[in-house]
Design a protein around this ligand. Structure first.
Ligand code: DOR
Ligand code: ZN
Length: 450
């Protein structure tokens, strides 16, 4: 299934409510910016018109945590398929993690990732640089060269692996602070997770799965908060997963420590009761925790203790997932289901309004990495990085219909609320009615009927 749309110079979005508030308005986009907002805007002759009565306009989403697998594991995902998934999910910027092959530990790799993303043109693919050479946790990378390269790396992480040596982490924070870049930590004390595949608790014990204790995460969160305090540096905690991490974040923020954190959609919605059938699609690092942890994470996101939602979109091929639970690769698709999960877990129960959704999916992540043109207010003169959402639609998730090259969604056959009907990157439509749209050409997507 594929589609093309002219490289539209002007777009009129009709009948949409900004942040889901107030009266419906028409929004005219020209020259990559919001040109006019009014109750009845005339469509210029060559404008593409998007009829969006009853729909919600939000700033385009920003994902601080995406695995696009290029270079090295293109059989699972590449920048083109991952960008299509991002555009369809309402994203206008994503941060592609460094655990590629070769590792993104030099400007050669990070510059390639940025350039390839721009060539595909569906979403800004910002490269994340590795903190340590080869993700080995020993020697710091040349962060300065990566941040000065054409990829302009703003965030560094050994995600998938924790920077566990406290001296290496201290030096990384000091170095990053001087460069004005961000260190994002996958908080996992490796000595506590040897062989672990599931949350350490009654379910893992009953199922005979090796347990991953909460303390593996919390001990690193506490340590890194203190290291950041003393280095007067910023630290970002990837995929917070426990109620204890929430308490530590509260404590650290109350001390004035520059710490931010993200939560994944899957940790908001799912818990370790899902493991009962040993389905490898539910294996993820950090593991799905208990229902009380998910509840604490939701409340923390509502309260601003956790700053934003990040997908940890982690494609894996069928042979890597459809196997014994303990050998299945950890990770789940997330880009096309994130909004719906946030609506289900946060908006429907009244924990967030649409304005709150804009904050946690766009404004806060853009601010954390300092992206000047993303997460901007919906006002005339602002860059047209936009997402149109149908709040009343529902859809049934089917991995085979998602744009990713892999199928490993944990939400298979779940009915979820809300769909992204259009995404615009600098005023150009990148996704429309469930099809991604690359500049001047068509991009094949596996038809989702969305
Ligand atoms: O489940 C995960 N998968 N967690 C990570 O930290 C890395 C990721 C991957 O690369 O597949
Ligand atoms: Zn991680």
């Amino acid at each position: 299934m594929s589609t093309t749309v002219q490289d539209n110079p002007q777009v009129l979005i009709r009948g949409v409510r900004l942040y889901g508030e107030g009266e419906p308005v028409d929004v005219l986009i020209a020259d990559g910016q919001i040109a006019e907002i009014g109750s009845s805007v005339q469509a210029p002759q060559d404008a593409e018109v998007i009829e969006a009565a009853g729909q919600v306009l939000l700033p385009g989403f920003v994902d601080l945590h995406t695995h696009l697998r290029e270079p090295g594991r293109e059989y699972a995902e590449d920048i083109e398929t991952g960008s299509a998934a991002a555009a369809l999910g309402g994203y206008t910027a994503v941060f592609a993690m460094a655990n590629t092959d070769p590792v993104a530990d030099t400007a050669v790799v990070t510059d390639h990732v940025w350039a390839r993303g721009q060539q595909v043109g569906l979403v800004d693919v910002h490269p994340v640089g590795a903190v340590t050479v080869g993700l080995e946790g020993k020697q710091l990378t040349e962060m300065g060269l990566m941040s000065a390269g054409s990829g302009q790396v703003r965030m560094f992480s050994d995600d998938g692996l924790c920077v566990h040596d406290p001296l290496v982490m201290r030096r990384a924070l000091e170095y990053a602070s001087g460069l004005g870049v961000l260190i994002a930590q996958h908080a996992e004390e490796p000595r506590l997770t040897v062989g672990a595949v599931a949350h350490e608790g009654p379910n893992a014990a009953r199922l005979g799965l090796a347990g991953w204790p909460r303390s593996a995460e919390e001990s690193i969160v506490a340590r890194d908060a203190i290291l950041a305090r003393d280095a007067k540096a910023r630290v970002h905690i990837c995929h917070a997963s426990t109620a204890g991490t929430v308490e530590l974040l509260k404590w650290a923020k109350a001390q004035g420590i520059s710490i931010t954190a993200e939560v994944t959609p899957h940790h908001l919605l799912l818990d370790d009761s899902r493991l009962a059938d040993y389905d490898g699609r539910n294996r993820v690092n950090p593991p799905l925790r208990e229902a009380a942890d998910a509840q604490a994470l939701r409340q923390a996101l509502a309260d601003g203790v956790i700053d934003c939602v990040a997908t940890d979109h982690a494609p894996h091929a069928e042979h890597e997932k459809c196997c014994e639970f303990s050998v299945a690769r950890p990770g789940m698709l997330g880009l096309q289901t994130a909004l719906s999960v946030v609506v289900e877990t946060m908006l429907r129960p009244g924990l967030l309004t649409w304005r709150g959704v804009a904050k946690v999916m766009s404004e806060a992540p853009a601010a954390i990495v300092g992206l000047p043109d993303q997460g901007r207010p919906l006002e005339v003169g602002e860059p047209a990085n936009l997402t149109v959402v149908d709040p009343d639609a529902t859809w049934t998730v089917a991995g085979a219909d998602l744009a990713s090259r892999s199928d490993n969604t944990p939400f298979e056959q779940m009915e979820l609320p809300a769909t992204v009907t259009a995404t615009l990157l600098r005023g150009r439509i990148t996704a429309l009615h469930g099809k991604s749209v690359a500049a001047g050409r068509s991009v094949a997507t596996r038809g989702s009927g969305r």
